[in-house]
Ligand binder design. Sequence first.
Ligand SMILES: [Zn+2]
Length: 363
Amino acid sequence: MGFIVPNRQHRKCSQQFPGPGRKQQPKAPYAPDNNYMSSLAATATSVIAPPAVVLPPARSLERRAVAATLHCLSVDVEEYFQCEVFAGAIPRSDWTRLERRARPALELIAELLARHRCRATFFVLGWLVERLAPLLRELRAAGHEIACHGYAHEHLARLSPRDLAEDLRRARSVIEDVLGLRPRGYRAPTFSVTRRTAWALDVIAAAGFHYDSSIFPVRHDRYGVPDAPLLPFRVVAPGGARLLEFPPLTLDAGLLRLPLGGGGYLRLLPEALFHRALQHRQRRGQPTMLYLHPWELDPDQPTPAIGRLSRWRHRVNLEKTAGKLERLLERFTFDTAANVLQCVVQQGALPEFTLAADVTTSK
Ligand SMILES: [Zn+2]
């Protein structure tokens, strides 16, 4: 194992959310250049926390909102063997006999979040909910958001609308039964809401989700809607359903869009690029979505036989993820997707983007 988190430290993640009082101040002074944050502070006490969370004192909460609550850190809770890259190498029937390794990585993430007084959104795979129930309950008790990553981690391009509806029903059912909550947010495996799978948005909305975080506004071989907005927007599905959409961090670099987002990009690209991007957005009052997976903090995980490029993409810099995450948490404050979106919505109308279906593309 790459790390062991002692129980003594792990217990901290279920303690009262400590508020920002002793959080290390960002190294760069925070200087908003619009009135987004001042109006955010006025509404912070009413919108930041879900009722089940033990709140810090109102004054601290307000200061926290003013300091920074625009950034969302999300974790796609899945085992390494459930990654899309292994879909052809590891049959689903093997999942139950393989060693599960996500728990210590999640405990480490929870410990880092508690140490730096940040909250995150955990998009949990239904298959893992029953197997990680105590830890997920602790995460919720610590103020983190539990959202949905589907049940069986199927790329949406392999599903029919009826298959997806059943996958979502099963995932919601296990989350409600085991954790006693109704998830508000959904993220498709491998960001697989594209023009080809645009129908999925109608199914996701019909399943009862309020927001989605499955559209990556880039061009990529496995996912992406290259012309989607870079900041949160209302997405209109082909059948007319509307959802809030929170896309992962992407930079507009002239003719190109550079995906930062998290995951392999966070492991591969220079750390300073992420810090500059978050600072840039923070100054403009623009929200940011980052993501990672527990297996990205597990450099000792086994790697099944796959192609050389895929292996490299999956394994590059796994040993650096924890350090990069900790330095982001030191410098910036993160909150849940639900909280950040609620603040954004209260600031006024969001742009609308219609995801027209296109069955001729390869994605
Ligand atoms: Zn996933």
